[in-house]
Design a protein around this ligand. Structure first.
Ligand code: CA
Length: 221
C-alpha cells in the first residue's frame, strides 16, 4: 500500500512513517501542501494522511479543491483540533475519516485498513478465495484452514492483488506499492516476493500474465 503523509511536525511524521513501513506500507512524507500536490500528480496513492495546519496553508480548502479536481483517493485527517466543527468541516471537505492527536499508532493503522478496504469495495475484512481465507484487518491468512505466516512485504503484495481479484496488476504497480520515493528498487524484487508467496499459498493462486503482470485467481481447484 502506498501512503502519502502530509505533516509538518518532523518527529510525528517520522514516527508515523516508521510505524507504517514496519507493516509493509510505502510512505512518502511531505511537510507542505505544495509538495503533496506534486506527489499526487505523479503517483497513485492508496491513501492520504493529512495534517490540517501546514506551513503553506490550511488543508481543508486544499482538500476541498482536490476533491473538486476528482481526487478519489481516501483521505484521513490527522488533527489536534478537538472542536467538533473542525471535524465536520474536514468530513465536508471530502475526508473519509479523522484521527485526533495525540493518536495511538495502532489506531491510525487500523483506520487506514478500514478506510482502504471500504474504498476497494470489500464489504468485510474477511475474504475467501478458493481455499484461502484472509482477514485483512488482523492480517491472518489460512490455506485449507491452516494458518500461514507472511512477512510485511508479502502482505503488502497480497493486499494489492486481493483488492483487484481477477485483474492483472503490473510489476510496476506492485513496486509502487512497496517503495516510497528515494528507495532503491532491485530489478527482480517483485519476482522474488511473488515466488515466496507462491511457495506459501500454492503455485496456482497467482498467475503470471507474460509481459503484463500478475493476477490473483479467484477460481481455484
Ligand atoms: Ca501542522
Amino acid at each position: 500500500m502506498r501512503v502519502l503523509l502530509v505533516e509538518d511536525e518532523a518527529a510525528l511524521a517520522s514516527a508515523l512513517a516508521e510505524h507504517l513501513e514496519l507493516q509493509g506500507m510505502a510512505v512518502d512524507s511531505f511537510d507542505k501542501l505544495r509538495l503533496a500536490d506534486g506527489a499526487l500528480r505523479t503517483t497513485e496513492y492508496d491513501l492520504v494522511l493529512l495534517d490540517l495546519q501546514l506551513p503553506d496553508g490550511d488543508a481543508i480548502p486544499w482538500l476541498k479543491q482536490q476533491r473538486q479536481q476528482q481526487l478519489t483517493t481516501p483521505v484521513i485527517i490527522l488533527t489536534a483540533r478537538d472542536q467538533i466543527s473542525d471535524r465536520i468541516a474536514g468530513l465536508d471537505a471530502g475526508a473519509d475519516d479523522y484521527v485526533i492527536k495525540p493518536y495511538d499508532l495502532d489506531e491510525v493503522s487500523a483506520r487506514i485498513l478500514a478506510v482502504t478496504r471500504r474504498q476497494s469495495g470489500l464489504a468485510t475484512n474477511e475474504v475467501e478465495y478458493g481455499n484461502l481465507s484472509i482477514d485483512l484487518q488482523r492480517r491472518h491468512l489460512a490455506l485449507n484452514g491452516e494458518r500461514v505466516e507472511l512477512t510485511a512485504r508479502e502482505w503488502s503484495i497480497l493486499e494489492t492483488l486481493i483488492k483487484r481479484p481477477g485483474h492483472v496488476i503490473s510489476k510496476e504497480q506492485i513496486e509502487d506499492r512497496l517503495y516510497a520515493f528515494g528507495h532503491e528498487v532491485e530489478s527482480n524484487t517483485v519476482e522474488v516476493y511473488i515466488s515466496r508467496l507462491r511457495k506459501k499459498l500454492g503455485r496456482e493462486q497467482i498467475t503470471t500474465v507474460r509481459g503484463l503482470g500478475y493476477r490473483l485467481d479467484t477460481e481455484t481447484a
